[in-house]
Design a protein around this ligand. Structure first.
Ligand SMILES: Nc1nc2c(ncn2[C@H]2C[C@H](O)[C@@H](COP(=O)(O)O)O2)c(=O)[nH]1
Ligand SMILES: [Mn+2]
Length: 208
């Protein structure tokens, strides 16, 4: 088969790889890895910061989890070490890159390596978008399932991970909307001047 066609079919598998974090919590109709990367790419497209290479961020968002078409979506709950996860994903990337011509192979692999190593400013921002996209999706699932606070663990595990002003602004808006949904604003809810890293940490009883 044509290498490019095989590459595109492998990438197409991302549409069918459900995000493990949601599967683990028995979310109905969990999003796929490609769903996750699409919204991250859109988030990157909206970046206004003149000091950031926005196009690099969009490309990085689109490639950062592509190895998961082969190795699947490895989550913290899988208890696979960072080193082993990196080894598995690097092997998958090499298989994918072997299907491409030299120029494309270099461009994509360099973006992926930068994200993995968190070397560039853009890579660090895309990591923040990765975490923002996840907590936004968690909030949306809480709303869809009518379960305020249900997915608090995703907010706890990302606390303190947000630094870029444009990301913090979105996290702040998300936390304010989530607080209203939790029904705590106006009682002992957030004061509204949080940096966005804090989350509402007193979900109603019954959430884990
Ligand atoms: N149960 C939890 N799962 C989590 C948490 N943080 C991340 N995750 C999941 C989300 C994805 O399915 C996967 C990794 O996502 P990447 O975008 O980094 O590949 O792990 C958590 O706190 N709890
Ligand atoms: Mn990701």
């Amino acid at each position: 088969m044509d290498g490019m066609l095989q590459f595109m079919k492998l990438i197409g598998q991302l549409k069918r790889v459900a995000r493990t974090g949601w599967v683990h919590r028995e979310v109905r109709q969990p999003e796929s890895v490609s769903d996750h990367m699409y919204r991250m790419a859109m988030m990157a497209l909206t970046i206004q910061d003149p000091g950031i290479n926005k196009n690099r961020c969009v490309k990085m968002a689109l490639v950062h989890d592509m190895a998961e078409c082969i190795v699947g979506d490895i989550a913290p709950t899988d208890n696979i070490s960072k080193a082993e996860k990196h080894r598995m994903e690097k092997e998958a990337m090499e298989q994918l890159m072997g299907l491409l011509e030299e120029g494309l192979r270099k461009e994509i692999y360099e973006l992926w390596e930068d994200y993995e190593a968190q070397s560039s400013t853009e890579a660090k921002l895309v990591k923040e978008l990765d975490q923002l996209e996840m907590i936004l999706q968690a909030h949306e699932y809480e709303e869809l399932e009518g379960k305020p606070g249900w997915l608090q663990e995703f907010f706890n595990s990302t606390q303190g991970k947000f630094h870029h002003p444009e990301v913090l602004r979105l996290v702040q808006s998300l936390n304010e909307e989530r607080s209203r949904f939790l029904g705590v604003v106006g009682t002992n809810g957030p004061s509204g001047n949080e940096t966005g890293a804090e989350t509402v940490t007193h979900p109603p009883s019954g959430s884990t």
